[in-house]
Design a protein around this ligand. Structure first.
Ligand SMILES: [Fe+2]
Ligand SMILES: [Fe+2]
Length: 178
């Protein structure tokens, strides 16, 4: 990894990682709180949560860049490693436990996640091959579609029905490149 600094005080590094994790979680939590506030009719509370969520992102990214940011090839490898861990180790064990406990909601969300992570891992793996040769990846129509119900991710136009959660095409959010 080509980190910003090769060496850092170990305790400080642990604190930065912990702060990054906490701020990242606060960001997603506040966004969920914001959506809920909106549904409950508290528009300005929703706005407050959205704005503070963004501030937490600023903090998270400020912490992260001191220890976790490499060049794009490094970052793709780091991203692939994370997805690989989730696919091969984390979610299988989490799923097994949730099944034993009969926790249907957790079984569903873990399944949604692991199915998407398999695809993410493959996408990153393919991207690494390009970037190693100094090439950007090619994406059909410059479109990436993400299912807003389960996170299933596809290059190009979305399928009529999500193969993971059966949501309709309408549930896909399109990310359009330049
Ligand atoms: Fe993923
Ligand atoms: Fe889906």
């Amino acid at each position: 990894m080509h980190l910003v600094r090769e060496t850092m005080d170990e305790t400080t590094l642990e604190k930065l990682k912990a702060a990054f994790a906490g701020e990242s979680q606060a960001n997603r939590k506040y966004l969920a709180f914001s959506r809920k506030a909106e549904r409950e009719g508290f528009e300005n509370v929703a706005l407050l949560f959205r704005a503070v969520a963004e501030a937490e992102t600023v903090h998270a990214l400020n912490h992260f860049k001191l220890f976790g940011l490499g060049n794009t090839e490094d970052n793709l490898k780091s991203a692939m490693k994370g997805e690989h861990y989730e696919v091969k180790s984390m979610y299988p064990s989490f799923l097994e436990q949730a099944k034993e406990a009969g926790e249907k909601g957790a079984i569903r969300t873990f399944t949604y996640a692991v199915e998407a992570e398999k695809i993410h891992e493959k996408m990153y793996e393919d991207a690494i091959k390009n970037v190693e040769d100094g090439k950007d990846i090619s994406i059909p129509g410059g479109k990436i579609a993400v299912c807003t119900i389960c996170g299933h991710t596809v290059f190009g136009t979305p399928p009529d029905v999500c193969p993971v959660c059966n949501a309709s095409k309408k549930a896909f959010q399109i990310f359009q490149g330049k």
